[in-house]
Design a protein around this ligand. Structure first.
Ligand code: OGA
Ligand code: NI
Length: 336
C-alpha cells in the first residue's frame, strides 16, 4: 500500500504561515489576473429543454470551450446525495481516508491523494482529491471506492447513470455541430457509448489563510474528451479567454460542461479545450465533483478523418500516439 498521504486539509487545520511552496509568482496570482468590471462576455448558460440547445452548445464549445447547462434532467436529490457522501468522506479522520491512498509512483492514479505529495518541481496547489472510475463496470475497481460514509456506492452509481446519458447527449450534439453523424464522437473515442470510460473526481479545497497567493488548481486543459462538473456553492472555477480569466458564476442547479483536449483535437480545432484554473476561499471549503469522459486507452489521438479531407490540413499530428501514452505524457509533463 502507498505511504502516508499528507493532505492540504491537515495542513490547513494546523497552519500558522503559508508554506512558501504554495506561493505563486506575481503573474499567476488570482486577483491580479482576473477580469473585473463590466464585461460584455459571459460564459453561456444553455437551457437543455429549449429547441436551440444543440446550436447554443456548439457555439459555446467553439467560443469558450465551456458552458453551463440547466434543465439537464439530473435530479437535484441525486446531485445532493453525491455531494453529501463526498463531503462526509473528506470529514473522516485522516487515517480512514488514507486507506484509499493513491500511489502514482506505481502507476495507480485512482484513490485519495493530495498535491502535497507530488514532487514535479512545480508549486503546490491548495487541494486534495479522490478519484476513481465509475463506468463501464469492467473499468471499475471498487477497492478505490470508500466504504464510508454509508451510501457512497449507491450515490455514485445513481449519479453515474445520469452522467452516461448526459455526456452521451452532449457528444451527439457536438458531433452534429461538426457535420458528422450523431454517434461519430462516441464511435471514434470508444467504438460506441458503452466503451466510453467515466472517471469521478472529488476535489477538496480547504479554506486558505492567504487565498490571493495560491491556486487550488493551476491553469490546465483537461486531457479527456469532455468534463461535466458540479461544485458546491463556493465559487472558484475560472476560465481563460483572450488573455483574461473569467469567473464561472454559480448558477444553482446547473452543471458545468467543458471541452477537453480530445474533442479539440478530434474536431481539428473547431472546438476549443477550455483553459481553466481554480481559486480558493479564505473562510469556506470549496468542493467540486468533475466527471471526466475518457476515450478507450488504445484510441489514436488525431483529428477525425472526415475533418481533414480535401483542402483542410490536420492542425494536430501526434504521430499515432494512443490516449494512454498521451495521458502519461500530460501527467508527467513530458512533450507530446
Ligand atoms: C479539475 C478541475 C476545477 C474545479 O479537477 O480538472 O479543473 O472547479 N477542477 O474544481
Ligand atoms: Ni480541469
Amino acid at each position: 500500500m502507498a505511504g502516508v498521504v499528507q493532505s492540504v486539509q491537515a495542513l490547513a487545520s494546523s497552519l500558522g504561515a503559508l508554506p512558501p511552496e504554495f506561493v505563486r509568482p506575481e503573474h499567476e496570482r488570482p486577483r491580479a489576473t482576473t477580469f473585473r468590471g463590466a464585461s460584455p462576455l459571459q460564459i453561456p448558460v444553455v437551457d437543455m429543454s429549449l429547441p436551440d440547445a444543440g446550436s447554443r452548445m456548439v457555439e459555446a464549445a467553439r467560443e469558450w470551450g465551456i458552458f453551463q447547462v440547466v434543465n439537464h434532467g439530473v435530479p437535484a436529490d441525486t446531485v445532493a446525495e453525491l455531494q453529501r457522501v463526498g463531503r462526509e468522506f473528506f470529514a473522516l479522520p485522516q487515517e480512514e481516508k488514507q486507506r484509499y491512498a493513491m500511489d502514482p509512483a506505481s502507476g495507480k492514479t485512482e484513490g485519495y491523494g493530495s498535491s502535497v505529495q507530488r514532487s514535479t518541481g512545480d508549486r503546490k496547489i491548495w487541494s486534495d482529491n479522490l478519484f476513481h472510475a465509475i463506468s463501464p463496470p469492467a473499468a471499475v475497481n471498487h477497492g478505490f471506492w470508500p466504504d464510508k460514509p454509508r451510501g457512497y456506492r449507491e450515490a455514485n452509481e445513481a449519479y453515474c447513470g445520469h452522467m452516461r446519458r448526459l455526456t452521451g447527449e452532449v457528444l451527439e450534439r457536438l458531433s452534429a455541430g461538426l457535420g458528422l453523424e450523431k454517434g461519430a464522437m462516441a464511435e471514434a473515442f470508444a467504438g460506441g457509448d458503452d466503451g466510453l470510460v467515466l472517471m469521478q473526481k472529488v476535489n477538496f479545497y480547504p479554506p486558505c489563510p492567504q487565498p490571493e497567493l495560491v491556486l487550488g488548481f493551476a491553469p490546465h486543459t483537461d486531457l479527456c474528451a469532455l468534463t461535466v462538473l458540479v461544485a458546491n456553492d463556493v465559487p472558484g472555477l475560472q476560465v481563460s479567454k483572450d488573455g483574461h480569466w473569467y469567473d464561472v458564476e454559480h448558477v444553482p442547479g446547473a452543471l458545468i460542461v467543458n471541452v477537453g483536449d480530445q474533442i479539440e483535437i478530434l474536431s481539428n480545432g473547431r472546438y476549443r479545450a477550455a483553459l481553466h484554473r481554480a481559486t480558493v476561499s479564505k473562510e469556506k471549503t470549496r468542493m467540486s465533483w468533475p466527471v471526466f469522459v475518457h476515450p478507450r486507452r488504445e484510441y489514436i489521438v488525431a483529428p477525425h478523418p472526415r475533418l481533414v479531407a480535401g483542402e483542410i490540413p490536420a492542425k494536430y499530428d501526434y504521430k499515432a500516439k494512443t490516449f494512454e501514452d498521451y495521458t502519461y505524457c500530460k501527467i508527467n509533463k513530458l512533450p507530446q
